[in-house]
Design a protein around this ligand. Structure first.
Ligand code: G3I
Length: 452
């Protein structure tokens, strides 16, 4: 179905190999061969490995990584009702079509996300006043139109998203309040009619472990099955906090599987307090590895999808100020330890734990209305450098105007700083710093610095 040696995949394999080598040299660990892509490791275990994507970014390195590493794409926003029908009867399928076409070109599945939700609905819908009959007709038409448009091209639909409160009662959404709890059964029935081949899921967050919310979901799925309502799977979003993978995750996946439905980890990310450091990244690796291992352990856990694969394309930083670095790749597309956590749980080669490392810390010094001074400190512990290069990507249009104690250039958003002739050497236990002036406007978020 897909070619295993497309140019994009070959380029990416080289990228991963290069990043791994740099990491090994910096950490003092032995160099090791590049691992197989996640999609191939997953296939060997009978798992689809996916990512949420933004359609407009599917070119260049972002597109290369998405194609090479993943066997499933979920549109992060493009298929939501507010995206596809911003004005009543006026449809915009541009981004959704683009993602589906990209997936087909690269032998990838698409998870459709999402048909019935309380967020990201169009204003004409949420601001309207509808009788139950009219609301029901609107919902049925929406499902018929969207599922029908992509009939045969969507492997699975998140039909209903986030139907429950934390205590297991139904969330009082416009659907529940307007139509009662049977909006769920009706939506599933209509979706089945519109595309009989698509697997139909109900998806939620904070349902990864055994708790009141996941038990309500469990009871609902059991009763839907008993009533003959078409339900094929349960999506556990898995927006997790560093160090807080529920201990009952595998048990919970298994109990859903035992009901006779598939399970997917649909939106995995693991957020941390910024900035990242080697201890947090190691903890994050363990968390990604634990979630992946729980899915691997249950045959009916069919898909493991991350909610964005790079820290430059994650919802976390804008939603949780001061938190982020939640995905398996950094903002420069270098695989983080988390990437290796997924790979290892899927049977990929084990990366030796670093014996030591050199790390770079970015800090804003003074800041005024249009400018700021910044400082980067490179520190080594259990490792040493004879030269260094620090790179980062500005996310908000910042521009470097002058640097000292390093030679810095900026191309687009990417800043590259190499050592001055006199400070390339960083001994084990030592550090060097360089500084710069830069301009900013609007916001001035701190980037993640990569050493290479
Ligand atoms: O597209 C507009 C842009 O035109 C505008 O300039 C900008 C200004 O704020 O907003 C842009 O829209 C944003 C949209 O993402 C696209 O980037 C919205 O403000 C923002 O609220 C929206 O966030 C999305 C969020 O759902 C909304 O609830 C995230 O990208 C998306 O990743 C996130 O995904 C959800 C899943 O669907 C369900 N589970 C939870 C998950 C995380 O919240």
């Amino acid at each position: 179905m897909r070619s295993s040696s497309s140019p994009a995949r070959t380029r990416l394999a080289a990228l991963v190999a290069g990043a791994a080598t740099v990491g090994a040299l910096l950490s003092g660990a032995a160099a090791h061969a590049a691992d197989s892509p996640l999609r191939d490791l997953g296939a060997a275990k009978g798992k689809i490995v996916g990512t949420a994507v933004t359609g407009s970014k599917l070119t260049g390195t972002y597109g290369d990584v998405a194609a090479a590493q993943f066997s499933s794409l979920t549109p992060g926003n493009a298929m939501k009702w507010g995206s596809v029908e911003p004005s009543q009867g006026v449809f915009d399928w541009t981004e959704a079509d683009q993602i589906v076409a990209f997936a087909q070109a690269h032998g990838q599945q698409v998870r459709g996300h999402t048909l019935v939700w309380h967020n990201q609905n169009p204003n004409w819908l949420t601001g309207g006043s509808w009788t139950p009959d009219r609301l029901s007709t609107l919902l049925r038409n929406h499902i018929d139109t969207e599922v029908g448009r992509y009939k045969g091209r969507i492997a699975a639909w998140d039909v209903v998203n986030e139907a429950f409160n934390e205590d297991g009662t139904y969330r009082p959404t416009l659907w529940y309040q307007g139509l009662g709890a049977d909006y769920i059964a009706n939506a599933l029935t209509w979706a089945r009619a519109a595309d009989p081949a698509a697997k139909l899921y109900i998806n939620d967050y904070n349902v990864e472990g055994v708790n009141a919310k996941s038990t309500a979901l469990y009871d609902l799925v059991r009763s839907l099955k008993a009533r003959g309502v078409p339900i094929d799977g349960v999506g556990l979003q898995a927006h997790l906090v560093l160090g807080q993978v529920p201990s009952t995750l595998q048990q919970n996946i298994q109990r859903f599987a035992d009901l006779g439905v598939d399970v997917a980890i649909t939106e995995l990310d693991v957020r941390m307090t910024l900035p990242p450091d080697s201890a947090k990244l190691a903890r994050q690796k363990a968390d990604y590895q634990a979630v992946t291992a729980a899915c691997v352990a249950v045959t009916r856990c069919v898909n493991l999808t991350v909610w964005g694969f790079t820290d430059s394309d994650s919802w976390v930083e804008s939603t949780f100020p001061g938190e982020g670095a939640a995905t398996p790749y950094d903002a420069n597309y270098a695989p983080k330890p988390a990437y290796h956590g997924i790979a290892e749980a899927l049977g990929g080669a084990t990366t030796p734990p670093p014996t030591g490392a050199c790390t770079a810390a970015y800090a804003v010094g003074s800041q005024w209305n249009t400018g700021f001074t910044g400082n980067v400190t490179i520190s080594c512990s259990g490792a040493a450098l004879s030269s260094w290069k620090a790179t980062w990507t500005y996310g908000a249009g910042q521009r470097i105007t002058q640097a000292w104690n390093a030679d810095c250039t900026q191309s687009g958003a990417t800043v590259t700083c190499v050592n001055a002739p006199y400070n390339g050497s960083v001994p084990d236990g030592g550090s060097v710093s360089f500084g710069f002036n830069a301009s900013w406007s609007g916001s001035n978020p701190a980037p993640t610095v990569t050493l290479g």
